[in-house]
Design a protein around this ligand. Sequence first.
Ligand code: HEM
Ligand SMILES: Nc1nc2c(c(=O)[nH]1)N[C@H]1C(S)=C(S)[C@@H](COP(=O)(O)O)O[C@H]1N2
Ligand SMILES: [Mo]
Length: 346
Amino acid sequence: MSAVPSGAVRRRAWRPLRRAGRRTNLGLGLLLLGALASGGLLFAAGTPGPATAARVAHGVTGLGVLVLAPWKSVVVLRAARLHSASLALLGLLAVCLASGVVQVLGGYGRVLGVSPVQVHVGSAVGLLGFGVVHVLRHRPVGLSRRDASRRRLLVSGAFGLAAAATWAVAELTDRRISRGAAARIATGSHRLPPAAIPATTWLLDRVPALDRARHRVRVDGVDVTAAALTSRGTPVAARLDCTSGWFADATWTGVPLAALLDPGRVAAARSVVVTSVTGYRRRFPAAEVGALWLATAVEGRPLTAGTGAPVRLVAPGRRGFWWVKWVASVELDDRPAVAQPPFPLQ
Ligand code: HEM
Ligand SMILES: Nc1nc2c(c(=O)[nH]1)N[C@H]1C(S)=C(S)[C@@H](COP(=O)(O)O)O[C@H]1N2
Ligand SMILES: [Mo]
């Protein structure tokens, strides 16, 4: 594709749009990579500071795509032919943008069992696939020295400001019109009352049928019954903040792992792995054993099967996917806590 629009499109396009071309594609690619990266960071962030930074970066890069839309449409309109993979890319982008905005403005809800964030992340992953195909098929854009000229940098800065302004408009609209907006926290999640905590699976996990009276958790080689955990439990207030777009502040009843493990063995280990009967597992730094709880009840009521009965992990300060349900074992380990995929795979 040439940098200068040709033929009918060139004649019809509004003057500033006639420059649509290589730099439009480059800018769009960078924005999409920025949105993917900041979205991933927003998912991983557990604390308000990093979550806010990632959320602003995500809103600016995600909505910044819209600022370049007029230029990209000139590029698309003058293309000799449109490949079906390109149309799929466009469709996924529309779904991704729409579901992102619905999550922000619409409050938490599910339609046919899926939340807007699930549609959003699913379409973003699809975008990545078709995006790679798209970039490989079309001549990859190269950088030239002139891209770093003063004029170019000023133009890029103007686009950056327009993207930030688009995000600010979305944010102000959110605060004014959204019912749930006032209750949104740094990660973007909407508040739910503790009684409404939904049974949530990360991807493909299934709720197992477990016998409350017989269940045991193997803690560093020693079996601990669910009944013993219940009788030793003390209250712990914590915020369960799920990446599917909701959070709930509740009081759980549980026993800290530190009270079940030998301090000498904890000191000698680097990580502690909490594994579900389903195989779902998360690895934590060993030093965190005082901040991880094996819980058997929430708000004074025993856990339900869907929310982790008989025993689940409560990990205050960590996103919901760390709160392993249906815990089968707790193991001390020599490997560092980072020796795991950043997100669960089941
Ligand atoms: C290229 C891909 C992506 C694009 C274009 C995109 C775009 C957007 C847009 C436009 C919004 C609404 C922002 C607002 O109105 O303030 C949004 C929100 C959101 N996105 Fe993405 N996104 C992408 C990828 C991802 C990924 C990979 C994740 C997570 C792994 C993610 C997670 C989220 C979350 C949690 C929100 C809600 C944030 C909030 O409440 O402010 N996004 N996204
Ligand atoms: N074994 C297992 N534990 C799990 C999950 C899962 O799919 N399997 N989902 C996690 C996610 S994503 C969240 S948000 C919380 C949800 O807990 P809830 O079902 O009580 O809402 O459990 C976490 N623990
Ligand atoms: Mo979650």
